[in-house]
Design a protein around this ligand. Structure first.
Ligand code: 3HC
Ligand code: NAI
Length: 696
């Protein structure tokens, strides 16, 4: 074996098959050394008369997973990926890509310049650049439609979702699926056969039979645009991806490449892509927690207990059953248990109806969920998650009970959304085994998991919980104990200010529109209606002291009874503003002596909703309740629908600059007063030092 560079090795076997092996852990990204190695390796194989064919292969867990994102925004070090690709595509000997793991982005673009592709049965193939606000910039948008057809290519480049080997074979993206664990042998044999039998050196660029259908039916593009419009609202990259595929259909290959190049640069320099690339690393950074190392001991989690089969308990249980972990779900009475289990089944069956799981899967998952009315059944569970009503006294009683029932070493978690986890942990004789696992609703779908590290939570408990989160495919963000933790604590501030704005004469619908236009899926009032206005509302103590109380007192519960801040069509669930509610708000404002204004701009609405969140985020950071500012962004993007193309609240603030943020916060503070407008000490410090939250 010869090292071409420190990232690419070269070896020729006795049959004259050269194997070029990329070895650039962790994901074999196309760093400079890889591009150089591929180029020189191909030159060497081309020049060597003893070489009949070449196999491109990767060491480690995956084929090339894309361009090296850490090189983006820096001057490009030659050779370019195009140089390496040209050397592959123009090689006068057959080149076969041997693909395992994930051939993504630039990785798939490299595979598509090979003359043939052999895939491991479990390999995945995709162009996920759109998730980084980009488009495939190395010929991917021009080659993919030529090989899989226009419709499939459009789907793949705009969703970023990879396909598996079976589908890739059906669409002609690969030529053969290797037997399990025999990829390299199969690819080498394939290459030898191609060379010995003189097979054609297929270049995808020269093919256009799969473009024909779209050439004859140009409406396909606008139809596709319409179909994805709702999902891609606010993003710029999906449209540019479509334009590139259009160019593949309507222009010669080289011209199409030019369009791709031009639009790639447009994406690369867009603020949306910068935010999405920032977010990619933010999400991975969240997994790094001080004090938790690879060698921190882990506990074995084989069985899980869930207390409460309500909205959250049911969803939480599904996460575990989905990955094959048995769950014991305990309720206080049979009717509630039956109801909870029926909801779980209904959810699974709905998924099956949509074709996303089989009925066998439904039964398999249901058989992993065992209902019970006896907490003693938690005795053998390795992890127990409490999801009963949000009531401190109840939770305390329950944790005392769990302490007496659960085996030593079991992890005891609470799903509380705002209560003090230290206080709950103190009820047990093992506070080191207690933490908060704050799932978001619907818990089987939302990916965020706020992991509340209480004062005494042991490192191995946190480390184990982080591993569990990965197993159930959640994105965990470690947070500290404080009311509402990170997400809800910031949400409270936005809610408080949004409520002030409506008292000054802006309708709830207009506030919601501004927040929607910013990129959230819905505004604060639509969200309250969806969650239910009566969450935490108590009829006995209600005293018409807020708009929400007044709405609840008048029988408005939100979407669930068709009337909240909006009225809802009983059939379509479509919302419309309600003049009656607007009058109620005006009456309440008059009682409070709040002056109505007609000069509130959209900009003011947006700033007044978002800046208190940033200010609160700064306080959270200052108190050490979040490890880093990017963790706050991960919470907001994943848990509350902050548009990822705007990075997250702290990133958004950094783009504005902390000095500017402080100036605005101070101005609103003077004008409006209130605790949530008092500038955080950290914000003042950073603004003074000319630093952003990312440098805090
Ligand atoms: N460049 C640089 N680093 C990368 C990378 C890339 N393309 N992809 C992953 N990494 C790093 C991660 O940051 C992480 O680093 P860390 O351990 O220091 O945090 C490490 O590799 C492992 O990544 P994951 O934790 O995500 O590992 P998984 O096994 O869960 O997932 C993966 C592997 C599916 C490859 C996933 O990392 C992924 O989706 N990567 C991005 C793929 C992508 O977007 N490719 C397209 C890039 S753009 C491009 O190719 C442009 C081209 O058209 C010119
Ligand atoms: P829920 O009212 O839907 O469910 C609670 C369930 O607990 C009920 O089925 C009830 O019968 C059961 N229960 C009550 N006392 C019990 C006991 N002693 N033993 C066994 N079961 C008992 O409530 P939901 O919404 O599921 O909330 C549960 C917890 O999750 C709360 O702490 C809440 O703050 C938190 N949470 C709720 C979210 C939401 O959006 N609903 C989001 C995140 C957290």
């Amino acid at each position: 074996m010869t090292a071409i560079t420190d990232m690419v090795d070269y070896e020729v076997n006795d049959d004259g098959i050269a194997v070029l092996t990329v070895d650039n852990p962790p994901v074999n990204a196309l760093s400079q050394g890889v591009r150089q190695g591929l180029l020189e390796g191909m030159q060497k194989a081309t020049a060597d008369d003893d070489v009949k064919a070449v196999v491109l292969h990767c060491a480690g867990k995956t084929f090339i997973a894309g361009a090296d994102i850490t090189e983006f925004g820096k001057p490009m070090q030659p050779p370019s990926l195009f140089d390496a690709q040209d050397a592959i595509e123009n090689c006068p000997k057959p080149v076969v890509a041997a693909i395992h793991g994930t051939a993504l982005g630039g990785g798939l673009e490299v595979a598509m310049v090979a003359h043939y592709r052999v895939g491991d049965p479990n390999a995945k193939y995709g162009l996920p650049e759109v998730n980084l606000g980009l488009l495939p910039g190395a010929g991917g948008t021009q080659r993919l439609p030529r090989v899989v057809g226009v419709q499939k290519a459009l789907e793949m480049v705009t969703s970023g979702k990879p396909i598996g080997s079976k589908e890739a074979l059906e669409h002609g993206l690969i030529d053969k699926i290797a037997p399990e664990n025999q990829l390299l042998e199969a690819a080498v044999a394939f290459a030898a056969q191609a060379a010995n039998e003189g097979w054609e050196l297929k270049k995808i660029r020269d093919r256009d039979e799969k473009l024909k259908e779209a050439k004859e039916n140009p409406g396909i593009f606008d139809g596709f645009r319409r179909a994805i419009a709702r999902k891609t609202r606010g993003f710029v990259a999906p449209e540019y991806n479509i334009q590139c595929v259009e160019a593949a259909v309507n222009k010669p290959f080289e011209e199409g490449l030019k369009v791709e190049r031009e639009l790639f640069m447009k994406c690369m320099t867009s603020p949306e892509s910068a935010a999405q690339r920032y977010y990619f690393f933010a999400e991975r950074q969240a997994g790094r927690v001080p004090g938790i190392e690879k060698d921190t001991p882990r506990r074995d989690i084989r069985t899980v207990g869930v207390l409460g089969a309500g909205t959250m308990g049911g969803g939480i249980s599904m996460n575990f059953a989905n990955v094959g972990i048995p769950v014991t779900i305990v309720e206080r009475e049979q009717a509630a248990l039956d109801r909870g289990l029926a909801v779980i089944r209904k959810n699974y069956e709905r998924t099956a109806k949509k074709g996303r799981m089989s009925m066998d899967d439904v039964e398999r998952c249901m058989s992993l969920i065992n209902g019970s009315l006896d907490k003693q059944d938690f005795a053998d569970c390795d992890l127990v998650i409490e999801a009963v009503f949000e009531n401190m006294e109840l939770k305390k009683t329950i944790f005392r009970e769990l302490d007496s029932i659960c085996k030593p070493g079991a992890i005891l978690a609470t799903n509380t959304s705002a209560l003090d986890v230290d206080e709950i942990a103190a009820e047990t004789k093992r506070p080191e085994d207690v933490l908060g696992l704050h799932f978001f609703s619907p818990a089987n779908i939302m990916r965020l998991l706020e992991m509340v590290r209480a004062e005494k939570t042991a490192d191995d408990v946190l480390a184990t919980s982080l591993d569990v989160a990965k197993r159930i495919k959640k994105i965990a963000v470690v947070v500290g104990v404080c009311p509402g933790f990170v997400g809800n604590r910031m949400l409270f501030q936005r809610g408080a200010e949004a409520n002030r704005i409506i008292l000054e004469g802006v309708t709830p619908a207009r506030v919601d529109q501004v927040i929607y236009d910013f990129g959230f899926p819905m505004g604060p009032f639509a969200m309250s209606d969806l969650a239910g206005l009566d969450i935490g509302w108590d009829e006995k103590t209600s005293s018409s002291s807020s708009v929400r109380e007044i709405l609840c007192e008048s029988g408005r519960r939100g979407q669930k009874n068709g009337r909240g801040y909006y009225v809802y069509d009983t059939e379509t669930r479509a919302s419309s503003p309600d003049p009656e509610v607007e009058q109620m708000i005006r009456d309440f404002a008059a009682k409070q002596g709040i002056e109505q204004r007609d000069d509130i701009s959209d900009e003011e609405i947006l700033e007044r909703c978002l800046l208190p969140m940033v200010n609160e985020g700064a306080k959270i950071l200052d108190e050490g309740k979040a490890i880093r500012s990017s963790d706050i962004d991960v919470v907001w993007v994943n848990g509350y629908g902050w548009p990822v193309y705007r990075g997250g609240p702290m990133y958004w603030a950094d783009q504005m600059g902390t000095a500017k943020v402080l100036e605005k916060v101070k101005a609103y503070s003077e004008k409006l007063g209130g605790e949530h407008w008092k500038p955080s000490a950290l914000l003042e410090k950073l603004a003074g030092e000319g630093k952003g939250f990312a440098q805090a």
